[in-house]
Structures are given as structure tokens and as C-alpha cells.
Ligand binder design. Structure first.
Ligand SMILES: [Mn+2]
Length: 388
């Protein structure tokens, strides 16, 4: 069984106000071409089809075109919703679309009900988990607590129970949208932290032959059988070093997995430049970035005049301009942005408490109250997305 694994299309997303619709259309052309060229048996799309619960019409039209073209190519597709999608909106007409061989799994209730596809060695059972928001599915799954590990463990119990009733040798594949421990995040994933723990141990997925993950935007291999395809396009400058690909995975009759990467088209490379403005404008080594989308961090001690206008003379596609002035005595003068870097909401709030109380940080009760407040906000946001 030859599978093509992709995720995190984020149709409708723009990059620093530049529309990516054409680049997304070019990626989908590439996907359909790869399906034909490599004789793919099934396409797996692991969530975040859209960037938002209510995507713009142009994105919906692009998705519609993609569905038609995948159906025309005659290759079955299994697709789940991610944390950016509204599962219920995406799932409209899923039953009808299924008749064309596109299996949209957006309802948590279907987690233990596979799509069965056969090759010469027998059946492969594909279980699609839509993104499981712990607070919303905990009761339905009988999970022991409202955390990512608990609800995914419960969903996997359904998978194992279903597999136990199938002929021995039935191979299995799970699609999930989650943060699996060992994975490296970038700046363009929306935080799914609840209760302080977003990462799920990879052992949760033990026993299945392949796990097609979505959520993290960099391609990565957690284990031979558990992989992230990453997004087909860069959605933040933190992805400047990524190589954007899909996984072409061969699942043999005995469950052996072989995977290789297929490169995605690059609409325009990314470059992160740092230095004083005059140096950035003069350095011949930067010639190769003149056509790139550029994020420039200026380190001039005094902010230069018209920096954007001057930068775009050399780098016409400069999209992001940051200032991080060099200072002799660093920490006291560190910028607010620098002090917040690498800190999550909880840490920022705890630092704030310490700051306004002359150094006395929150005690255990106060810390727990802050944690609850952030969780409530996140759950409320997730709920609005599901119902709104
Ligand atoms: Mn995503």
C-alpha cells in the first residue's frame, strides 16, 4: 500500500499580508501530479485543511477543486479536521463526498470506525481522528481526565478494540492531529496547551503500523512509524530552515514501512537577516536573498530613518521589520519583545505578578488560579469555534 501523507494546508492563510492562494493552488497541482507520478494508492491529509473555522470563499473554492481533482485521479483520500478547522463545517456533506472516495473524518464519534482499503496482501484499516479537544470529548470518550494524552489513549483503545475483531494480519494506519513528544514546534502552530501539557507520548500509538500526524509544521520523524509531514508551505519566518515535503510511505504486506520525502514547490525562499541597516544594504553575501521574502532585524543603536523604504530598494520582498538595538549593558535594556521570547502565557503572567508585587511571585494557589484562567479561555475559544 503506497500512501502519500500531507497535512496543514491552511487554505486561506496569508503570509505577512501576502496572499498565498496561488502558492496553495500550485501545491495542490503538485499533489495531484505526485499522486499520478508515484502511483499512489491513498492520500492521507492529517488536519488543518483550512486556516480558520470560517474560511474565505476563495479558500473554500480551492478545497472544492482539490476534492474534484483527487476524485478524478481515482485515488482514495482520508482526511481529518485539525485544530484550525471547524470539524462540523468541514464535515458538511461528508457522507456524499465519501461516495467519491474522499473519506472526511471530522466527527470524534467515528474514531474507532476505519476506512478499509485493500491491496494484494489484504485489508488496511485507516482510522481518522479529527482534532480531539480534551474538554469537549472527554465525557464522550470516557477519558479519565481532560488532557490530550487521556483522550488520545481512549481513542486508541477504540482502535485496538476494533482491530481485535478483524482478521489477523489486518494492517492499520491512524491519522491524528496532535503534539507528540519529541516533535519540534515552529511559530505558526496555534497553541493547544491545556492544563500545561500539550505533548503526548508517542507510546500512545503503539501497535499500529503507521501514524500520519498533523499539527507541527516541520517535517519530522518521531519514530519510523510515527511521522509529521509538516505544512507544504512556510507560514512563519521561523520555518526559514524547513524543507517542505510530503511523505511517500510504502506499507508492505508484513507491516514494514519505508518512507521518502517528496519536495513541495517553493513560491519564494525565506531569509532572516540581522544587522545594522547600512551593512544589510552593502553586504555582497546577501545578494542571494534579494528575491526572498525577508524578515530583517535591525540592530542599529539608533533607529535609522525610513528603514523600510531603504531595505525594499535592495530587498523588494521585505515583509517584516524588527528592531533589536545593540546595547552595551544588555539585560536591563532588553526589549520587551526579547524578554517575552520563549515564554508561554503562564510564565508571562507569573512574571507580571512578581513584577507588580516587588518580586513576590504567585504562591501555589495563585499559580493554579492563573492556570485555570488560561485553560478556561482556551476551552472557551475552542468551544466557540465548534459551535460558532
Ligand atoms: Mn496547523
Amino acid at each position: 500500500m503506497r500512501m502519500l501523507h500531507t497535512s496543514d494546508w491552511h487554505l486561506g492563510r496569508s503570509f505577512h499580508r501576502v496572499s498565498l492562494l496561488e502558492a496553495q493552488a500550485a501545491y495542490l497541482d503538485h499533489l495531484v501530479a505526485a499522486v499520478r507520478e508515484h502511483d499512489v494508492d491513498v492520500v492521507l491529509v492529517a488536519g488543518d485543511i483550512y486556516d480558520r473555522a470560517v474560511p474565505p470563499l476563495t479558500a473554500v473554492e480551492l478545497f472544492d477543486t482539490a476534492l474534484h481533482r483527487l476524485a478524478d485521479a481515482g485515488v482514495p483520500t482520508v482526511m481529518i479536521s485539525g485544530n484550525h478547522d471547524s470539524g462540523r463545517r468541514l464535515g458538511v456533506a461528508a457522507g456524499l463526498i465519501e461516495r467519491a472516495g474522499i473519506h472526511l473524518r471530522t466527527d470524534p464519534a467515528g474514531a474507532g470506525t476505519p476506512v478499509l482499503l485493500a491491496d494484494t496482501h489484504g485489508d488496511v484499516a485507516f482510522y481518522g481522528f479529527p482534532y480531539l479537544e480534551p474538554a469537549l470529548v472527554r465525557d464522550q470518550f470516557g477519558a479519565d481526565r481532560a488532557g490530550h494524552e487521556s483522550v488520545l489513549t481512549a481513542a486508541m483503545a477504540r482502535v485496538r478494540a476494533d482491530l481485535a475483531g478483524r482478521p489477523p494480519g489486518t494492517r492499520s494506519v491512524v491519522l491524528a492531529h496532535a503534539f507528540v513528544a519529541g516533535g519540534a514546534p515552529s511559530d505558526s502552530e496555534r497553541d493547544i496547551t491545556v492544563g500545561g501539557v500539550a505533548a503526548v507520548p508517542s507510546g500512545v500509538f503503539d501497535g499500529v503500523d503507521y501514524v500520519a500526524l498533523g499539527h507541527l509544521h516541520g517535517s519530522q520523524t518521531i519514530t519510523e512509524r510515527i511521522r509529521y509531514s509538516g505544512s507544504p508551505l512556510a507560514y512563519s519566518f521561523s520555518e526559514a530552515g524547513h524543507r517542505k515535503t510530503m511523505w511517500l510511505v510504502d506499507l508492505d504486506g508484513d507491516g514494514t514501512v519505508r518512507a521518502e520525502r517528496i519536495d513541495c514547490p517553493v513560491p519564494r525562499p525565506l531569509a532572516r537577516l540581522r544587522g545594522r541597516l547600512d551593512d544589510l544594504l552593502a553586504d555582497p553575501a546577501l545578494d542571494r536573498h534579494e528575491d526572498a521574502w525577508v524578515e530583517a532585524t535591525l540592530t542599529d543603536p539608533v533607529r535609522p530613518a525610513d528603514p523600510m523604504a531603504r531595505l525594499t530598494e535592495r530587498f523588494p520582498h521585505t515583509l517584516s521589520l524588527l528592531f533589536d538595538p545593540e546595547r552595551p549593558d544588555d539585560e536591563t535594556g532588553a526589549s520587551y519583545a526579547r524578554r517575552l521570547r520563549d515564554r508561554d502565557d503562564q510564565q508571562v503572567a507569573e512574571d507580571f505578578v512578581a513584577h507588580v508585587r516587588g518580586g513576590a511571585g504567585p504562591d501555589d494557589q495563585e499559580r493554579a488560579a492563573l492556570l485555570r484562567a488560561f485553560d478556561d479561555v482556551r476551552v472557551d475559544m475552542a468551544r466557540r469555534e465548534v459551535t460558532g
